[in-house]
Design a protein around this ligand. Structure first.
Ligand code: SF4
Ligand code: SF4
Length: 375
């Protein structure tokens, strides 16, 4: 799917559609689709573009930010080069300040994200921001975003989320019919492509009868719930190391996994922009405060996917996830009664052996627990 995105975006661009680069799951893709443009994820997952980024950015910035910025400096991401607009949000400080540098030479629009997750006035402000964004696209490109356009975009995105949830749900089986790494391949960096949606449907059909016994007792591989930062395309190393150590990642509570697809936009709300804003504002990202919704989600995922342990991935210098990790550890160990491991790393493979050793030690603990409990 990711490979085919190049041809799709090139054809769309030649046909006169605008390309909009996005870099965060708070970006309301429905608004971009309703403006007849193509939303493309620009998050960098390559270690190769980091050294050039470090000539401008401090080294002590998360690899996702550095890699993305490195693509900007080298011009090596064709989607960024094609972008008629880049949309950013005020999320973490590193991203926010990197966007300023990127915006010097790229067309940029910044959405201001309020960060008090449970404050109704904050949600109202965010809803206004999303309306302002839609009005900006209309004025910028002389297009009209009609309620029908919005409803059509909402239906497409809801269908995409529903299908991706269906694929993720396959991992509830014991044993699951896919590895976590295979599941992660079912993604596209462009949202709402009809052939991708049909591909998801076909896969669900093929795997519908694939064996896998009912939940409960099993002496199969260790089931892992992975939480923390996104595993953007090209930066899947830690997931691979975890599964090479004999486990299967059955649930990914991160922005490249379940986090953005757990909730749909209400198709029946007479105010579609309000419905879109509400769905996106519920995203349990660590930039929000307090981020209590994340703990509700973790509890629900543990019930649904029955992991034996929790592994948290934190990109180096990602302060929000790193600080929140102490709460996640306490929650996993004391409330969910699951062994927990935090892995802090970047895109370079230098620490792979060390990560494998720590993961194997965690799995030994898990096996001891399971032996003691007879499962
Ligand atoms: S983790 Fe937070 S800041 Fe990063 S992409 Fe997800 S929502 Fe955006
Ligand atoms: S991983 Fe952390 S520091 Fe990096 S962009 Fe996401 S929230 Fe910001």
């Amino acid at each position: 799917m990711v490979d085919r995105c190049y041809d799709y975006a090139q054809a769309a661009k030649s046909a006169g559609r605008r390309i909009v680069g996005i870099m965060c799951e708070f970006t309301p893709r429905e608004i971009i689709l309703a403006a007849h443009a193509v939303p493309v994820c620009l998050c960098g997952g390559s270690a190769a573009t980091i050294p050039v980024a470090e000539q401008v950015l401090p080294t002590n910035v998360c690899p996702l930010i550095k890699s993305t910025f490195g693509y900007h400096l080298t011009g090596k991401n064709p989607f960024l080069e094609w972008a008629d607009l880049v949309v950013a949000e005020t999320t973490c400080d590193g991203k926010k300040k990197m966007f300023e540098l990127l915006g010097v030479t790229r067309p940029m629009y910044v959405l201001e994200l309020p960060q008090k997750a449970e404050d109704t006035e904050a949600l109202e402000r965010w809803t206004k921001e999303v309306r302002k964004f839609a009005a900006h696209l209309e004025a910028r490109w002389g297009v009209q975003i009609t309620p029908e356009d919005l409803h059509r975009a909402i239906r497409v995105m809801n269908r995409e989320r529903r299908l991706r949830r269906g694929l993720a749900d396959l991992m509830r089986r014991d044993p699951p019919p896919l590895t976590g790494r295979q599941l992660l391949e079912f993604k596209s960096i462009i949202s709402g492509i009809e052939s991708d949606l049909r591909h998801y449907e076909a896969t669900l059909h093929v795997l519908a009868d694939r064996s896998g016994t009912p939940p409960s007792v099993s002496n199969g591989p260790t089931r892992v719930l992975l939480t923390g930062v996104p595993l953007v395309h090209g930066a899947e190393r830690v997931l691979e190391l975890v599964e090479e150590a004999g486990a299967v990642v059955v649930a990914m509570e991160n922005c490249t996994g379940l986090k953005p697809i757990l909730e749909d936009v209400d198709e029946h709300d007479p105010d579609p922009i309000r419905a879109i804003a509400r769905k996106y504002y519920h995203l349990p990202c660590s930039v929000m405060t307090p981020n209590t919704h994340r703990f509700r989600v973790l509890r629900e995922l543990v019930t649904r996917f029955r992991p034996h342990c929790v592994i948290e991935l934190v990109w180096q210098a990602c302060l929000t996830y790193d600080i929140e990790a102490s709460q996640v550890r306490r929650f996993a160990e004391e409330e969910l009664r699951l062994p927990y491991l935090k892995i802090t790393t970047d895109y370079a493979p230098a620490d792979s052996a060390r990560i494998t050793a720590r993961v194997e030690a965690l799995f030994e603990t898990v096996r001891a627990h399971r032996r003691a409990e007879g499962c």
